[in-house]
Write a protein that binds this ligand. Structure first.
Ligand code: HEM
Length: 150
């Protein structure tokens, strides 16, 4: 249960962070969305999650819909399907979204000195949870008022 819940969520976070930091334009869009919904006077809370709709910043013809499935229909199946499908899926989605929303709302992210955005590695290691082959290294710079971090 602990392995099913922790590594899966941590690896999903790791991939999402890497892809977003690699694409600063995407990070900016996400932060714009968070600033509209949450503002800069407090941190993201769970009740904000349903109001986050980053696709509102995209031109209409640019919207890509990714359908996550819970059935055996060969769409994206991050939680598997059938009798043994992930019983923690709703919690997993919330945990990952909450962590990412706070990390992107609270901090600006960039690669370490001397590393270009496009050089952030996105190779995977084969295994149960398909982790990144190289650990993500990034610099976090606070973007909210200092008192919120205490
Ligand atoms: C992003 C996060 C997560 C992902 C991607 C994920 C994915 C999966 C996958 C692919 C399976 C295998 C299903 C199979 O054997 O076919 C699974 C099983 C399972 N997961 Fe998750 N999971 C996540 C989070 C969680 C959380 C947060 C919990 C619990 C708090 C959890 C509990 C379980 C349990 C108990 C099983 C075994 C189900 C069974 O064999 O009956 N998972 N998960």
């Amino acid at each position: 249960m602990i392995v099913a819940a922790t590594d899966t969520s941590a690896v999903t976070n790791d991939w999402a962070m890497a892809e977003v930091i690699k694409h600063p334009r995407v990070l900016k869009k996400i932060q714009e969305e968070l600033d509209i919904v949450v503002g800069s006077g407090r941190m993201v809370s769970e009740s904000d999650l349903i109001h986050l709709k980053p696709e509102r910043h995209l031109p209409n013809d640019d919207i890509t819909r990714v359908e996550i499935s819970h059935g055996p229909d060969f769409k994206i199946l991050p939680f598997s399907a059938g009798k043994r499908k992930c019983s923690g899926a709703p919690l997993g989605v919330k945990l990952v979204l909450m962590a990412l929303a706070r990390l992107f709302h609270c901090y600006d992210w960039s690669p370490p000195d001397g590393v270009r955005h496009e050089d952030i590695g996105t190779n995977e290691v084969y295994g149960m949870t398909m982790p990144k082959a190289t650990p993500l290294m990034a610099v976090a710079k606070p973007r909210l008022p200092a008192h919120l971090y205490h």
